[in-house]
Design a protein around this ligand. Structure first.
Ligand SMILES: CC/C=C\C/C=C\C/C=C\C/C=C/C(=O)SCCNC(=O)CCNC(=O)[C@H](O)C(C)(C)COP(=O)(O)OP(=O)(O)OC[C@H]1O[C@@H](n2cnc3c(N)ncnc32)[C@H](O)[C@@H]1OP(=O)(O)O
Length: 243
């Protein structure tokens, strides 16, 4: 699955919906057993959630957007398919969440390709299920430091803290993901799938039990004047970079 939403693969409502439909199609076709998730945007895996969806819109839109973000995470996190990410670019916040929801992560060895949950740098907070997904991957202490400081880890550090499983030269990221896949596909499917569910269901259940409350919290939080201002300032900084 090659993500293509130029220029930065930001996860707009339309793009989230496309990803969700693609994933559902692959999951319902018995011929498919695995997905390699990668990017078609040079140098960028994903810039994360689309800030334009969270800025200057109305509460109904925020609720619809957040429901789609929840849906995509639940679907990826609990997918019965083997999902491996071949991370071939910088990967921030919501994009990093997608990669963390995969079963295995290969990252291209380029110091520009940092990844992490950098929400605090925007003046916002990673929701509890983003946090839980990170804790499940790197452990509590590393996650606490990474989340508070909004750290984006370059490849060697991402590997060292366990945020990715392998770092390879840029031209080998897809072939390394394919080689890894062979090992996962050699395991009897039902046993692997049930084990994945055993490991992940408690984390997913937390959100499933609180989905509506989580949407309401998000809408309340994102609608605040101070948060809207912080997001506008961040977007402005991104644009000013060019001048
Ligand atoms: C109580 C609590 C309850 C609930 C929790 C509440 C809130 C939590 C909510 C949400 C969690 C948020 C998750 C996120 O994912 S937020 C997004 C975080 N992403 C980033 O910080 C990355 C920002 N982008 C960049 O750093 C760079 O763009 C990047 C390194 C990816 C690429 O750099 P490059 O120089 O190649 O391109 P740019 O010129 O910067 O960008 C091109 C173009 O794209 C626009 N852009 C970039 N990122 C985004 C984005 N995430 N959303 C929308 N648009 C984006 C950028 O402005 C440029 O636009 P233009 O100038 O018009 O061409």
């Amino acid at each position: 699955m090659k993500m293509r939403n130029p220029p930065v693969n930001s996860l707009s409502l339309e793009f989230l919906t496309e990803l969700l439909i693609s994933l559902e199609k692959l999951e319902s076709d018995k011929a498919f057993h695995a997905i390699i998730l990668t990017s078609d945007c040079p140098g960028i895996f994903s810039a994360g959630l689309d800030l334009m969806e969270m800025c200057g819109r109305d509460p109904t839109h925020y609720a619809e957007y957040w429901k789609a973000v929840q849906e995509l995470w639940l679907r990826f996190y609990l997918s019965h398919l083997v999902v491996i990410s071949a991370i071939n670019g910088v990967n921030a916040a919501g994009g990093c969440l997608l990669a963390l929801s995969c079963d295995y992560r290969v990252l291209a060895d380029n110091p520009k390709y940092a990844m992490g949950l950098n929400e605090t740098l925007l003046g916002i907070i990673a929701p509890f299920w983003f946090k839980d997904t990170l804790v499940n991957t790197v452990g509590h202490r590393t996650a606490e430091r990474a989340l508070q400081l909004g750290l984006l880890f370059p490849p060697a550090e991402a590997l060292q803290v366990g945020m990715v499983d392998k770092v390879v030269p840029e031209d080998q990221v897809l072939s390394a993901a394919r080689s890894e896949l062979a090992q996962w596909l050699a395991i009897p499917g039902h046993a692997r799938q049930l084990t994945k569910s055993l490991m992940r269901k408690p984390t997913a259940d937390r959100l499933l039990k609180e989905r509506d409350a989580d949407i309401q919290n998000f809408v309340r939080f994102i609608s605040r004047d101070a948060i809207q201002k912080a997001l506008r300032v961040y977007l402005e900084k991104l644009k000013q970079k060019k001048t």
